[in-house]
Ligand binder design. Structure first.
Ligand SMILES: Cc1cc2nc3c(=O)[nH]c(=O)nc-3n(C[C@H](O)[C@H](O)[C@H](O)COP(=O)(O)O)c2cc1C
Length: 142
């Protein structure tokens, strides 16, 4: 059984909801999944997992949330080499630049990002929910 962790930051709940559907998708494939707000996550949660899903909305001007998520992502740079990973997050009005930058960064750390980061405009509709679940299933199979 795969041990997965979903670590997210969310201000108004859209990315948190995505995190929950991703967890559900992975659990449907019998993965053991922990869901953590980034404020409760440690380096060990990342280094011990078989696969990691990171979620953060587009904040600032097309960047990660700066007080918690940005420093956490910086702190894991040395422990994600070779790790299966998915990235996800909600956005408002931008073009998704924060996600492509984030994915490049994680690949630069050596992570195996198994599918392009999933971005959803504001809150997920039925199709968005299905895509979240699918992503969780994929991570549990990777
Ligand atoms: C301070 C702030 C900065 C934001 N900057 C961007 C941005 O640069 N690009 C964008 O597409 N959306 C931006 N947004 C919109 C959020 O990404 C969007 O509301 C998202 O759904 C929030 O997700 P959450 O509910 O998980 O917090 C910003 C929102 C806030 C509050």
């Amino acid at each position: 059984m795969k041990n997965l962790v979903v670590i997210y930051w969310s201000g108004t709940g859209n990315t948190e909801a995505m995190a929950e559907w991703i967890m559900e998708g992975a659990q449907n494939r019998n993965a053991n999944v922990r869901l953590l707000n980034v404020g409760d996550a440690t380096l060990e949660d990342v280094s011990m997992a078989d696969g990691i899903a990171f979620g953060c909305p587009s904040m600032g001007s097309e960047v990660l949330e700066e007080s918690e998520m940005e420093p956490f992502i910086e702190s894991i740079s040395k422990v994600v080499n070779g790790k299966n990973m998915i990235l996800f997050g909600s956005y408002g009005w931008g073009n998704g630049e924060w996600m492509t930058d984030w994915q490049d960064r994680m690949e630069g750390y050596g992570a195996k990002v198994i599918l392009d980061g999933l971005i959803i405009n504001n809150d997920a509709d039925r199709e968005g929910i299905a895509r979240c679940k699918e992503l969780g299933e994929l991570l549990s199979k990777a």
